[in-house]
Design a protein around this ligand. Structure first.
Ligand SMILES: Nc1ncnc2c1ncn2[C@@H]1O[C@H](COP(=O)(O)OP(=O)(O)OP(=O)(O)O)[C@@H](O)[C@H]1O
Length: 260
């Protein structure tokens, strides 16, 4: 069953900075929620805190129950994270890395099962990476490595997938393929929370958005509520227009529109 994610009063304090301040938002079950905002707004830190990788206070609820009390392995069966710019270690093939997504589903010392192998192959197929599966990951391009991280999260087969700028290194076709893949996952019941910088991707592929600035939530809701020109212009610090785009039947976000 698709799971609602509720974040309540999340705070992350680094020695030098409060990066996330009393952040509360909901990510609707089986929808794609975009986490947006300018550089340094606290998006990555909030996502890492939700995944349990950064110390935080507050509550992360999935399907009505808190995740804090769960073991790391139980949490990894519920939530997967595609981090930003993570180096892949030498000595593994692309398939090995995708297969690592299956660890939370295995018993201690248990070997890979047929179901694990199927999930790994399905994930490699979903990201169109079967042809590079046997290559050493450190010899892949930046974009191919980003796809492999996405594949690992897909193989993890969690109710909630968190992705931090998953298309930042991808060419246009691969960007669209990944965004369509996230859409398809949400349509089949996964709750997706994704940090994106391109507001046109948000307008086209996401259902819901949370706008952050300076560690706080500025607005949240349906895409059409959050992609509001006056608020976006203030938060991003430049004039931004938002129009209906008949080509895509979604909104189009135009930074620095021509005044005429
Ligand atoms: N490990 C850390 N120690 C101290 N400060 C940090 C640390 N990580 C992040 N910060 C600070 O927290 C703030 C939020 O950073 P974060 O990376 O979450 O922003 P972001 O919205 O994801 O930005 P971007 O769009 O540039 O990726 C920034 O001011 C950053 O300098």
């Amino acid at each position: 069953m698709p799971q609602l994610v509720e974040i309540r009063d999340l705070n992350v304090e680094f020695p030098t900075r409060r990066a996330v301040k009393n952040v509360s938002f909901s990510a609707p079950a089986g929808k794609v929620t975009a986490l947006i905002g300018p550089n340094g707004a606290g998006k990555s830190t909030a996502l890492s805190a939700i995944a349990g990788l950064v110390e935080s206070t507050g509550e992360v609820m999935v399907g009505g129950s808190g995740v804090a009390s769960k073991s790391a392995k139980a949490r990894a069966r519920l939530l997967s994270l595609v981090p930003q710019n993570t180096e892949l270690r030498i000595g593994f093939s692309a398939r090995d890395v995708v297969a690592m997504g299956r660890y939370p589903h295995r018993g201690r010392f248990a070997v890979e099962t047929d179901a694990d192998r199927r999930a790994t192959d399905d994930a490699l197929r979903a990201i169109n990476a079967l042809d590079i599966a046997e290559q050493p990951v450190n010899e892949l391009s930046g974009g191919q490595q980003q796809l492999i991280h996405i594949g690992r999260a897909l193989a993890q087969d969690t109710a909630v997938v968190l992705l931090d700028e998953p298309v930042s290194a991808l060419d246009l076709r691969h960007q669209v393929e990944v965004l369509q893949l996230l859409r398809a996952r949400a349509n089949s019941g996964t709750t997706v929370i994704v940090v994106l910088h391109d507001l046109n991707h948000v307008a086209r592929w996401c259902d819901h958005a949370v706008l952050m600035a300076d560690g706080e939530v500025v607005s949240q809701g349906d895409i059409r509520e959050v992609l509001e020109p006056a608020t976006l212009s203030t938060v991003y610090g430049l004039p931004i227009a938002v129009r209906d785009d008949p080509e895509t039947s979604s909104l189009r976000v135009i930074p620095h529109p021509n005044p005429f």
